[in-house]
Design a protein around this ligand. Sequence first.
Ligand code: CA
Length: 526
Amino acid sequence: MNIKNPILAAVLVLASIPPSLQGQSALNRSVRTAENMEPAIPRPAQDKAVAEKLAALEKKTGKKPNIVWLLVDDMGFGDPGCYGGGKAIGADTPHMDRLAMEGLRLTSCYSQNTCTPTRSAMLTGRLPVRTGLTRPILAGDTLTVNPWEGETSLPQILGESGYSTLLVGKWHIGSAKGMRPHEVWFDEYYGYYGAAKETSQAVDPARYPDLALDEEKLASYEKMGEDHSLVHGFKSGKLDEISVVKNTEDMARADMVLTEFSVKKIKELANAGKPFFLEHAFMKVHTDNYAHPDHTGMSASKYPYKDALCEVDMEIGMIMKALEEAGVLENTFVFVTSDNGPQMDGWPDAGYTPFRGAKGTTWEGGVRVPGIAYWKGMIKPGRVSDDVFDLMDLFNTAVHLAGADVKLPKDRYLDGVDQTSFLLHDEGLGKRECVFFWYKSDLMAVRMREYKEHVKVILPHSTFMHIDMATVQDTATAPWLFNLYIDPKEELPVGPRMHASLASLGAEMGAHGASFKKYPPKKVGL
Ligand code: CA
């Protein structure tokens, strides 16, 4: 056995927990239906009712539903008005608020703690520790293995099930040949391979004078292979470079260009006779934000981050209007979310979270994100649920909506749970019992019901420096157990008063760790 692999060594330690603790605890309602599938809480009546509802719709429309993900980059849980932000913090978000009011607002929706891990998990249904995509791919990174080898992407399953598949915007899961969206089964890709900051470093002399104004350093940076172009790729291999970001104004305009493309494509896709999957991934509100020249100062706050948030909200409205005008609103599942918590290291170019920690950590501030599910006529307006949802569940849910469950891979572990009936039933209850939080190759914490237990924590050594100056630390004698309902900021452990729950959450981590024995993690050089 390869115990040199630190990930495997760590899970073997977990797996060495006595067998009595390896199974699920008494509090756990979920059932494992296949060895390679995450256990789910059985809800047979709810599943049946939703299956009938979906079948009736398909009879009416004659096809499977469209799926649209609107993924904002680094938006904080507390940013949209419907999550307590909006006007109260100087950036009104009427479009997101309306979708929440007319749909389902999830209050315990979880991402991974950074960009690449969340984006890859959503498209594979698998934890980053399993795919090897455990942290953002940055300029200068060379992966030793194409992370997509041995993975089945969502656009592959949907494409094989009769869907058109399109990704517009930020990718961030590898820009080398063979790793790009149109090479991993998206029919079409229109966007930027990397994160905003990878480009702004090269074009903003006000923020980065030591790089942007130094020709020698700039030449070295460009040699690292970061691509600053807007590309238009097709599964056929055709690849056009549309434009290159040369200055901060180009960056400021980037999202509107992407949105106008999605709006145009929605009309085409709606008329094509096939169902479609559109992932629209905004570049904003990831630092560095530059207000669009036509919308500078559109937020009450006037700060670039807030202007960017208002712009993204306006663009969500444009995309929704396009769906409505194309006549497909009643046959389209829409999900609005963020890929991680706010990046406080960039403050004041950062979002807001009411929780502890921020992007880069497994505290709630890093991983609890807005999650709004909207489907006219299929999701009852005004629903709110605190049942846990992991963004990986969108993978299984999309596969189920496409009627493609039989295409789910059986030779690797799938961490996502099909939450279709939770989202679509008028009184839907969640089907996921536990959310596991990893930081790179460390299992850090687990949430079950209102309890969250940490065995490792990330602590900043300067205010807001959750990425640039933080350490991973083991907890000492006891794990840190919090009751999120009485202590959402994770400040006051309830361990001494909660022995039974403490033991059961340890068992959940043990059972989770044991899944790596048969399905070992992949290493891709990150
Ligand atoms: Ca992000």
